[in-house]
Design a binder for this molecule. Structure first.
Ligand SMILES: [Zn+2]
Ligand SMILES: [Zn+2]
Length: 308
């Protein structure tokens, strides 16, 4: 284990930026091909859709370079001043400090995502990601540069407070890239597999619910890599693929949500009020299952019975 950890620490301590770009490209390519024969949304102009979403990688570059530099400075500050949660704890094996950093940062990402949905000004930026009426791997790239700036600024804060080391942050980012591309893939896991994987991780099935056009579904499954936060904080929801409609009910017109110029200007628009509450529960909607509720159950089988 030590040899492996040393290898990982060495690799992630100086993995060049282009390795992350390669990982992103390879994972998009992989899931893009799987989508082509088992997509939940078919009959759309996949290349045109991907082109619109891929555009957002261009304005993101200067923002990532700027805040990447700030991140490095913050990590140096933490190390030199022995600042941040992990630095205040007793020294632990690298594997444990990585797991702790991973879990803490994932909780921070959950909190960030909740804020993006509930603070009106922030929602107007995050809306660009949600306004996609087809969700596929290219939706991963659809982030307004303003949101990229906000997200990375929050990350600077999380890194400062957590005291995460550079290699652990980069290692987490590799996992995060694969997980985020997978979560946006235009296919669903078989229900039985999803039930198992979705206990811990955000799956396409769970993230698709988050992209449903009406609340309360849009305001559920905020998790980044782990789904456990949604279960703990009661924001976990499931919705059958047949009842999932992608987009945001306030922005369903194609001339708005598929036009690059309009998407860039979208955060400057007037706030259009809250989304409509889904009027009737779709027949296959399943109830929220949260950890506190689970603790009240005597057995897992009883819970299963209740859900069927
Ligand atoms: Zn969201
Ligand atoms: Zn998404």
């Amino acid at each position: 284990m030590n040899i492996n950890m040393n290898f990982l620490i060495n690799y992630f301590s100086d993995a060049p930026d282009w390795h992350r770009v390669v990982l992103l490209t390879v994972s998009i390519f992989l899931f893009w091909n799987i989508e082509s024969f088992s997509g939940v949304t078919l009959n759309y102009r996949k290349w045109k859709h991907a082109f619109t979403n891929a555009f957002f990688t261009i304005p993101a570059i200067p923002v990532q370079l700027l805040l990447g530099y700030v991140l490095l400075k913050v990590i140096d500050f933490d190390t030199n001043n022995h600042f941040g949660l992990i630095n205040w704890l007793p020294t632990m094996k690298p594997i444990y400090s990585f797991l702790l950093a991973f879990i803490v940062l994932d909780l921070c990402e959950y909190a960030y995502h909740v804020l993006m949905h509930h603070v009106k000004t922030l929602w107007k930026f995050h809306l660009v990601h949600h306004s996609d009426t087809v969700v596929d791997v290219s939706t991963t790239l659809r982030e307004h540069p303003g949101e990229t700036f906000i997200r990375l600024s929050f990350l600077v804060l999380w890194v400062l407070l957590s005291g995460v080391s550079f290699w652990a942050l980069i290692f987490r980012q590799f996992i995060q890239i694969g997980s985020n591309v997978f979560a946006h893939a235009n296919f669903r896991l078989p229900n039985k597999v999803d039930k198992v994987v979705g206990w811990i991780f955000i799956t396409p099935n769970l993230h698709h619910v988050h992209h449903h056009y009406e609340v309360p579904y849009t305001d559920s499954n905020y998790g980044d890599v782990l789904s456990v936060w949604d279960r703990i904080f009661g924001t976990f929801m499931e919705l059958d693929a047949n009842h999932t409609i992608f987009g945001v009910d306030t922005h369903m017109a194609a001339e708005e949500n598929a036009n690059i110029k309009n998407l860039i200007l979208m955060p400057m628009d007037e706030y259009r009020g809250g989304q409509k509450q889904a009027i009737s529960s779709p027949p296959h909607q399943t109830q929220q299952i949260t950890f506190p509720r689970l603790l009240q159950q005597n057995s897992f089988s009883r819970l299963k019975k209740e859900r069927t």
